[in-house]
Design a protein around this ligand. Structure first.
Ligand code: ADP
Length: 197
């Protein structure tokens, strides 16, 4: 099964993809995590992405499409995978479609995490406080300025994907404002129909 988790920053995509990954035994492909790892390792991609990410902007389509093309060709993706944070633009969605087509594969479902927009900033600020309290390091882009840029990028570039996948009859929505286990239960229910796909 190949699925996408779609939603604004702070919607819970990372948390839910990890839970689905454990439940279905499929790898979770988070472009955010992969890019953060590249920044940390100081690779050429990381060097290009660092400032853009810290400011909350979108890394170029060319870079992220390249990362995903390589990653989905790996052996552990043969059974399927969960995309978290990709695609984020219509160009990325088209590229994914082409990539899958060239491998004779297809997308099974796009899960939209619906959230109350006014709660997003609160959620991300709360995540930053909890991380600090636990002695962790807060993400460089979890600050007010970068967050505003991330939200603008989401509404300009990513939100149109909801209509795009709806038109392709791939979109399923769940209420992302519910507690984590409840959201996970709702996603589990709708994925049950695709288990054997
Ligand atoms: P969030 O969903 O909380 O904003 P992510 O971890 O998914 O966070 O992404 C962090 C940052 O990584 C983004 O703000 C962007 O700079 C970059 N990024 C991740 N995925 C993509 C993508 N598909 N296209 C462009 N940039 C991306």
């Amino acid at each position: 099964m190949i699925l996408i988790l779609l939603g604004p920053p702070g919607a819970g995509k990372g948390t839910q993809s990890q839970l689905i990954s454990e439940r279905l035994g499929l790898p979770q492909l988070s472009t955010g995590d992969m890019l953060r790892a590249a920044v940390k390792a100081g690779t050429p991609v990381g060097l290009k992405a660092k400032q853009i990410m810290e400011a909350g902007g979108l890394v170029s389509d060319e870079i992220v499409i390249g990362i995903i093309a390589d990653r989905i060709s790996e052996a552990d993706c043969a059974k399927g995978f969960i995309l978290d944070g990709f695609p984020r633009t219509l160009a990325q969605a088209d590229a994914l479609d082409e990539l899958l087509k060239s491998k004779g594969r297809h997308l099974d479902v796009v899960v939209e995490l619906k959230v109350d927009d006014t709660k997003l900033i609160e959620r991300i600020e709360c995540r930053a406080r909890e991380t600090l309290a636990a002695g962790g390091t807060v993400r460089a882009d979890d600050n007010a300025d970068a967050l505003k840029t991330r939200l603008i990028a989401y509404y300009r570039e990513t939100a149109p994907l909801i209509g795009y996948y709806y038109a392709h009859r791939l979109l399923k929505s769940v209420d992302g404002m519910k507690p984590i286990p409840e959201v996970s239960r709702q996603i589990g229910e709708l994925l049950d129909q695709f288990q054997h796909a």
